[in-house]
Each structure stands twice: as C-alpha cells, then as structure tokens.
Design a protein around this ligand. Structure first.
Ligand code: PXG
Length: 462
C-alpha cells in the first residue's frame, strides 16, 4: 500500500468522472453506478491506483507500453522538444528534424523495401490513410475500380469510420451504419472456436483459401488489398495455424493485390521481432503502426510503405493529411523509445528469454479445469475458458459472462488481464522480468480458481 494524497478522494473523482467523462466502449450508466478505477501513476509493469493499490499491468496499458512505465528519458526528450519546437506541420513543403529522423529510422528497422512513412496520430487514422492510399495507388495505375479491401471477421483495425469498417466487429458495425462500401470480410483462422473436428493446419489452409475464393468471386480487377493483423489482438489473441500466413502470402502474390499488415499490436517487439510480419514470414506492401512505436508515451501512428507504392503515389498529390502528421514531440518521443528498445536489447530478450519463459509458465495453466487452451507468442498470451475441454464447448450462459467474472477477480487481485468473450488475454510490457511473469501466472491461476468456484455456485459450469 502506497497512499497517495495529492488529489481529490477517490469517490469525488469518480463522481466527477461519471458526470463529465464519456468513456470508450463503455455503458456509461453501469460505470457511473460502479465507479471507474482511477490509475494515478505507474512504474515498470506496475500501476498504482487512487487507493494506493499496486496492480500488475499484464496489458501494457492498451497493448502499448512496450518499454514499461516511468522512463525519464522519454519525459526529458518531450520537454526538450517542446521547448525547441513544440509544433510545426509537415504540409506545404515543410518538414522538421524529428519527423525526418523518425521516418529514416523506421525505414531502417522495417523489413525489405518498406522505406517510406506517412505519419498519423493513431492506428485508426493510419488505417484510414491506408484505405485511401491503396485506392489512390490503383487509380494512379489506371485501375480506379480496384477499390475493395478484403479484411476478416473479428479483426480490429480501429474505431474511425474506415477503421471500424475494416475491422470485423459486428457490434461496431451495428452502430453508425457500417461498414462503408467496398469492404469485404472473410472468416478468421480461429481454429479453437471455429475449427470443429478439423486438423488445425488443414483448417488454417482452408481459411486462407477463403481469400482466393473472395478475390475470384468479387473479381480480381475490383480488389485493391487484403488487410490483417499478424495475430488478431483485440479479437482474443488469435494465433493462426502455421499453415495460414504462407498460403495468404501465396494468394496475394498470385493475384497481385496489396497486402497490408496491421502491426499496431504486433509491431515493436510484441512477438519477439521488431514486427509480427518477421515472426510469421509475411511480406507486406504496407504496415500500419502505432502503440509500441512510442510505447504509448505520446500518441503517434503511421503507415510504412514499400518503394513501389510510394513511387506510384508520388506521381500525384495525395489529398490527405492530419494536423498532427509527424508531430515533433510525438516523433521525438518515438525515436527515443526506439533507441531504448534497440540499445537495451529488449526485443532480443523477448525472443530468447522472457517469451520462451512465458510460453512455458503460461502453458502450465492448461491443466486448470477451466482452461481449454493456453497459447502464447512472444509476450502475448491467451487462455480459452471452457466447461468441457475435450469438446472445446462454450458455457451455458451468454458468451463473455465467465470471462467477465474472471476479469473481475483478476482486477480485485491486482492483475490487469483482459477478457474477450470467454478468452483471457495478456500482453505485458516487454520489460517484464521472469519473477514478474511468475507473479502474473500465479495471480491468473488464483483468478481461475475463484472463477471456477463462483460459476459452480451460480450454475454456469455445466
Ligand atoms: N489496429 C489494431 C491491430 C489495433 O489493435 C488499432 C488498429 C487502432 O489504433 P488506435 O491507436 O486508433 O486505437 C488497434 C487498436 C482492445 C483494444 O480492447 C485494442 C485497441 C484499441 C483499443 C482497445 O483490445 N487496438
């Protein structure tokens, strides 16, 4: 316990929050009745709330605080940049040093000929850029009808009109008349929930071949691009079968459609390489980046674009841009974050030490009576909760009820672990130590025990 006194009492803050602050993805009335948990500070992998509780943040904020909390270097760089040049735009034939340096560094880090960066303020904005960029690319090549972007059900690509349309979240589509035209969704490679009796790898191939079928059905001359996360994050850390990505790559190559890898979660070390595309052998034309780019210390996103696409776009005025494209403070913070990730060998540690260690410890949870599967890649992990392991069966009540119960037990026991339906997911800061991984897994097991006890009592475990 670490009591904090430099703010209003929790109840007063909660009342003000409920009165004036509309939260994302939240039923306001329910939250107002309950009161939001107020996070006041953080260090390393640990959050402190307004009551002084210390919480292990196994979600790295929102999949973004890759270098962990409390790095003074980033604060210092931000302050220095604010004094020197707090803002200038990158429109109207101007630029500035942080945007130049960050673009050049990203070109170095990104694989193959991904050498050009268009900056945005977030992952959603970057995917809006991507949608317009790939359509402009084909229009410039004399194929204005190549407009359709194929995505996947249960994908997450952001919350703007284009981002939510590209995403495959039905509850998002139901609000605001989405998806916008010329977005098509195919099935996801989610063997655990949708694979039935099929072999995992056969299922992966089958789901990849849906892309080929969609291209043929829609017409090769109408399809601009395919967009996908290397591992679906918000969809529940859906790690695809090994057969999936090579087949997707083959199909994209064969039909010459652009491949957009949405690296917003997988990028900057999450899977043990700089980019998820490297872990899964994907050769994208465009990568969407955000989150770990600045470890969440400043809002920044972007699109890293290959030579060919940049060259074609370069032949016209691309009528697109954001006030904060390449914001100097955010860019300076991102550069410093990349320096720390690199110089401290954080990504190598994930690949060779903490990733394999998490995999081993996380897998031990598979012996729990509630857990149907425990998988991880790098430092992202997922547990499928089930009342019947052999059948991979769902629970009797509404989907997500048991996951929610488990999440509440995690939170009450000072662990932030998310639920997506009845899957539990983690993506801790990349600087988590082995000892902290032990604590994480121990708290997760306690939450599973408490969940099992409660759902047995409530008659949900049938
Ligand atoms: N692409 C992917 C793959 C993402 O995960 C975005 C784009 C959008 O980025 P911005 O910066 O606009 O939020 C994301 C964001 C969740 C959750 O509940 C996930 C995200 C955002 C908010 C919540 O898992 N991912």
């Amino acid at each position: 316990m670490n009591m904090i006194t430099n703010h209003l009492p929790t109840a007063e803050l909660q009342a003000l929050d409920a009165a004036h602050h509309i939260h994302p993805f939240t039923t306001q009335d329910e939250l107002a009745a309950k009161g939001a948990r107020i996070i006041t500070r953080a260090s390393g992998v640990t959050l402190t709330d307004s009551e002084g509780c210390e919480i292990l943040d196994a979600m790295a904020g929102l999949w973004c605080v890759n270098i962990g909390y409390g790095r003074d270097e980033l604060a210092e760089v931000a302050a220095r940049q604010m004094r020197e040049l707090p803002f200038y735009n990158t429109f109207f034939q101007t630029t500035h040093v942080p945007a130049i340096a960050l673009a050049a560094r990203l070109a170095e880090l990104a694989p193959a000929d991904l050498n050009h960066v268009f900056f945005a303020g977030s992952g959603s904005e970057a995917n809006d850029t991507n949608m317009r960029m790939v359509r402009t690319y084909w229009a410039q090549k004399g194929k204005p009808d190549k407009k359709i972007i194929i995505s996947r059900k249960n994908a997450y690509h952001g919350s703007t009109m284009a981002g939510a349309s590209l995403g495959g979240m039905t509850p998002m589509h139901e609000q605001g008349g989405l998806p916008i035209p010329d977005v098509h969704h195919i099935d996801q490679p989610h063997w655990y929930e949708e694979g039935g009796d099929m072999d995992r790898e056969d299922f992966g191939l089958m789901r990849a071949r849906e892309l080929e079928k969609a291209i043929l059905d829609l017409g090769e001359d109408r399809v601009a691009a395919f967009i996908a996360e290397p591992v679906q994050g918000a969809g529940g850390v859906v790690i695809p079968p090994d057969s999936y990505w090579p087949e997707i790559q083959r199909i994209c190559d064969k039909y010459e459609i652009l491949l957009i890898a949405d690296e917003v979660i997988c990028g900057f070390g999450r899977t043990g390489n700089w980019f998820g595309s490297q872990t899964f052998g994907i050769r994208p034309h465009i990568m969407t980046i955000a989150k770990g780019l600045s470890s969440g210390y400043a809002p920044i996103g972007g699109s890293i674009v290959c030579d060919e696409v940049a060259e074609v776009i370069g032949g016209c005025e691309f009528n697109h841009g954001y006030t904060y494209s390449g914001h100097p403070v955010a860019a300076a913070v991102a550069l410093e974050n990349l320096r720390i990730l690199d110089e401290e060998g954080i990504i190598d540690t994930v690949r060779t030490e903490t990733g394999p260690y998490l995999a081993e410890k996380w897998a031990t949870l598979a012996d729990h009576p509630l857990v149907g599967e425990a998988r991880s890649v790098g430092l992202m992990g997922t547990l499928a909760l089930t009342p019947d392991k052999a059948a991979r069966a769902p629970f009797a009540g509404d989907k997500g009820d048991v996951g929610y119960i488990c999440r509440e037990f995690c939170f009450a026991n000072n662990l932030v672990m998310r639920h997506v339906g009845d899957r539990m997911i983690i993506a801790p800061p990349l600087v988590i130590t082995k000892a902290e991984i032990d604590t994480l897994v121990a708290r997760a097991r306690t939450a599973l025990d408490l969940t099992l006890e409660k759902i047995k009592k409530d008659g949900l475990y049938e």
